[in-house]
Design a protein around this ligand. Structure first.
Ligand SMILES: Cc1ncc(C[n+]2csc(CCOP(=O)(O)OP(=O)(O)O)c2C)c(N)n1
Length: 564
């Protein structure tokens, strides 16, 4: 019986599960794991980060662009607490991310060893699956369970706590094997029940104006073509949540854009208001998307497809709930519709006209602001420039604050699929720079833009050392407005402009980037924005553009609670 130590077994289990990249940061309790990574020939690249939070966000965005499980790791105690934000974000965004924390030895538990922390309890409410390994022989089974949990049903994050001594103990090498289908998510898909699909098809052909509202589930399950087929056959407008952006190409004549309180505008709200039937797909119908359950209204017929049964019917009385994978269920729904389309109600409205009207209104107002030569530079001008200058195969990663609503509402990716990433579960500041790195590593040929607020930049700027060291050709844009603008705008809208503790001083972000060895530009004159972005895109390496921007409370941000 050939033997292998726990750390070696763990490395082999990751390799056998198709892992190619690990994002993480070293620590004392991780030494045997690092030693196994150093000694074994496994074909995995370890990306050393400067903060475990970044490692987690890199793994998250990597998973979103590749459909593979993202892997991050950090050491016991402080490392375990810092890895946590990304695992909770991924879990609630249905993204498969494995967090590995090393831990004090099993034999030192309770004896006040440095860094001791109940890591399993810490992660328990925040991950889909979570364990502490006590014996080396448990390693293969634990890793297999983690990959099964992350990739099946509603995907999510998992955490494995790996004590120091367990990494050095031996186990039987024959136990080290993996189920290959769990390298990607969603795995082992299931389709909704045929009778529910038939009932939904009946409702759809009877509707006057069915509107489809998609969450992140369409892009996650690779159902963009099936969705387009459904929308086209019904001439139904498709709207999305912020996370659902990419369900349909942004310039598709049936794409009504993002709806809801972050990225939605009155014109897009109008599409939902006109619907007599709403089909939610891969979407929780939460407070942001529905503007606190106002749109759609209570009298709208609701159909819902989601692979999480708890989501269906949670917020709306639902006429037909379909629990299943979005791709398989949409394919079955398209088939069920084919034979019924001829009998479609005579009063059906062509959604093309509804979408065209909303787009004209929304983008008409946007273009006026985008062409403004006022200073400080308006966020509309930055988004418009990127819409014109980015190559089709691009990904924008947006932080909270100015970037999220602006890019949600106005960024126009010409293809369906994952071209936009933002952390909508918790919206923690300091996401985009690290997530941009993960997206760039996952999709090396894409142009990846990290759009940051200056508040977010302050959380994460140390990661520019990683970007420079690894020569990640990320294009970074900082909306420099020296304020926590989102909060200041909310103080303006809801608290009679009683501004309190939201302003901070301006940082010269370009000089900070230069100190890390990163090429940087500062742009103050709106007329020079295009040439600066072109130069940044042409540069073969990481670049940062510091844009001196309008403060959010002075801007016409697409945020419904501020627009009335
Ligand atoms: C970790 C974390 N702390 C606090 C918040 C609350 N918050 C949401 S938006 C925002 C302000 C963002 O400021 P900045 O990044 O400068 O962007 P701006 O809104 O000015 O464009 C804050 C503090 C948060 N989302 N995340």
């Amino acid at each position: 019986m050939s033997k292998i130590n726990g750390a070696e077994a763990f490395v082999r289990m990751l390799q056998l599960n198709g892992v190619k990249h690990i994002f993480g940061l070293c620590g004392d309790t991780s030494l045997p794991f690092y030693d196994a990574l150093a000694r074994l020939d496994h074909g995995m690249d370890h990306i050393l980060t400067r903060d475990e939070r970044s490692a987690g966000y890199m793994a998250d965005a990597y998973a979103r662009v590749t459909g593979k499980v993202g892997v991050c790791e950090g050491p016991s105690g402080g490392g375990a607490t810092y890895l946590l934000p990304a695992l909770v974000e991924a879990n609630e965004s249905s993204v498969a991310v494995l967090g590995i924390t090393s831990d004090v030895s099993v034999t030192s538990r309770g004896r006040y060893p440095l860094t001791e922390l109940d890591q399993q309890s810490l992660y328990a409410p925040l991950t889909k699956w979570n364990t502490t390994i006590d014996l080396a022989s448990q390693i293969p089974g634990a890793v297999r369970s983690a990959f099964r949990a992350m990739t099946t049903g509603k995907p999510g994050s998992a955490h494995i706590c790996l004590p120091y001594d367990v990494q050095k103990h031996e186990l039987d090498a024959a136990d080290v094997w993996a189920q290959p289908e769990h390298a990607n998510f969603p795995a082992l898909r299931a389709c909704a029940a045929q009778q529910d699909i038939e009932r939904a098809a009946e409702k759809l052909v009877a509707a006057r104006l069915p509107v489809i509202i998609c969450g992140g589930g369409i892009v996650l399950s690779g159902a963009t073509a099936a969705l387009e087929k459904l929308a086209v056959s019904l001439k139904a407008p498709v709207c999305t949540t912020v996370s659902g952006k990419g369900a349909l190409a942004d310039d598709h004549p049936l794409n009504g854009g993002v709806v809801g309180s972050n990225g939605g505008v009155p014109a897009t709200r109008e599409i939902v208001k006109q619907a007599d039937l709403v089909l939610f797909i891969g979407c929780r119908a939460g407070s942001t998307t529905t503007e606190h359950w106002k749109y759609p209204g209570r009298d709208t017929t609701i159909l819902h497809i989601d692979n999480d049964p708890m989501v269906v019917g949670a917020n709306y009385r639902t006429e037909v709930g379909m629990v299943g994978d979005a791709l398989l269920t949409l394919e079955a729904l398209n088939l069920a519709l084919e034979e019924r389309l001829a009998g479609r109600t005579a009063g059906a409205v062509d959604g093309h006209a509804v979408v065209a009207k909303a787009r004209e209104e929304k983008f008409g107002a946007f273009q006026l602001l985008a062409q403004s030569l006022d200073t400080p530079i308006k966020p509309e001008r930055v988004v418009d420039a990127l819409n014109r200058l980015l190559p089709p195969e691009s990904i924008v990663v947006a932080d909270p604050g100015t970037p999220c609503p602006y890019f949600s509402a106005y960024f126009q990716a010409p293809q369906a699929g994952r071209h936009f990433i933002t952390n909508r579960a918790h919206g923690a500041l300091g996401f985009a720079m690290a997530a941009g790195v993960g997206a760039q590593i996952g999709r090396p040929n894409a142009t990846v833009v990290a759009a940051m607020g200056d508040g977010s930049f302050g959380f994460t700027c140390g990661e520019m050392e990683t970007i420079a060291r690894r020569k990640i050709p990320l294009k970074m844009i900082v909306f420099s407005n020296s304020v926590y603008g989102w909060i200041k705008a909310s103080q303006k809208a809801g608290y009679d402009e009683r501004y309190f503790s939201v302003d901070f001083s301006r940082t010269d972000h370009a000089r900070v980037a230069e100190a890390f060895g990163i090429k940087a530009f500062r742009v103050q004159d709106p007329a020079r924005l295009d040439e600066t972005i072109k130069a940044a895109l042409a540069f073969d390496g990481p670049v940062l553009i510091d844009v001196i921007s309008q403060q959010l409370q002075d801007a016409a941000a697409p945020v419904s609670q501020w627009m009335g």
